[in-house]
Ligand binder design. Structure first.
Ligand code: HPA
Length: 272
């Protein structure tokens, strides 16, 4: 197999060819709810199907296909990655982070990772956006696993002391002072957690729970991109509020927040 870094370079060249964008400044990975909000960012100059790019696997979620949209906002060239893939779909960590490695190889030096998350803090209601201050990677894997990165890339023993850029977090909070910060725990899923598991991760310091983001953040940091993480709380995590968790409710909360998410994203991206 081609090494994942070389594969990302090949995909980045294909992306340049198909999109007509020579180099991106910023990339955004769109989670549920966020995807539907990006119409607020304006008309994309191109939409590239990830099925036409090397190394991409197709999302298995019905009705979701992978796409990279190119838009320009106040002179900033932005790649919007729709159709994230997850470990729980049977993908390796390298497949999960391939889109992020590709957009970084295409020039993006800032990566905004968005997601839908369960909330552990009873005072943070569903519908609220929280800035990720730090994470707990409980997926039991890492995109740094495997052979050492080739010559010219940083060590696999990547320092994560400042994974979620303090500078980008402060920009986001200047734009939207009401934003609070939280600690995101990434689990493999796809089942939701038991109340006991939520109590465990709460004691470990988590305030948000989800099934994405952590591997992408590590891969982006390894490639020296600045990372901003934004979670939309779509539900109270298991046992935090009464009642069962339901995937459709999670999607519905995302959908109904999408206008606000798009507007927030537009303002944050203009300030980055
Ligand atoms: N748990 C895990 N992932 C999630 C949740 C949750 O409660 N809500 C949205 N994604």
């Amino acid at each position: 197999m081609t090494n994942p870094y070389e594969l990302a370079r090949v995909a980045a060249d294909e992306l340049r060819d198909h999109s007509g964008v020579d180099e991106y400044d910023v990339a955004v990975v769109l989670g549920s709810g966020w995807k539907e909000g990006v119409v607020a960012l304006g008309e994309p100059s191109s939409v590239v199907s990830t099925s036409s790019l090397s190394g991409f696997v197709a999302p298995t979620v019905a009705g979701h296909h992978g796409e990279i949209l190119s838009i320009e906002l106040d002179g900033t060239r932005i790649a919007l990655v729709a159709g994230r893939v997850h470990l729980y779909e049977g993908n390796s960590a390298h497949h999960v982070v391939h889109p992020v490695r590709t957009v970084i190889a295409a020039g993006a030096k800032k990566i905004v990772l968005t997601n839908a998350a369960g909330g552990l803090d009873p005072s943070v209601a569903p519908g609220t956006v929280v800035v990720i201050r730090d994470h707990l990677n409980l997926t039991a894997t890492s995109p740094m696993e495997g052979p050492s990165p080739p010559e010219g890339y940083g060590s696999r023993f990547v320092d994560l002391s400042d994974l979620y850029s303090a500078r980008l977090r402060s920009i986001a909070r200047d734009v939207e002072p009401a934003l609070s910060e939280g600690v995101y725990v990434g689990l493999r899923g796809p089942n939701y957690e038991t109340p006991a598991e939520i109590e465990m991760v709460r004691r470990l310091g988590a305030t948000l729970v989800g099934m994405s983001t952590v591997l992408e953040a590590i891969a982006a940091r390894h490639l020296e991109a600045d990372v901003l993480g934004l979670s939309l709380v779509t539900n109270f995590a298991a046992g935090v509020a009464d009642g069962p968790l339901n995937h459709l409710d999670v999607l519905e909360t995302g959908l109904s927040a999408s206008d606000r998410l798009g507007a927030l994203l537009a303002r944050v991206l203009s300030a980055l």
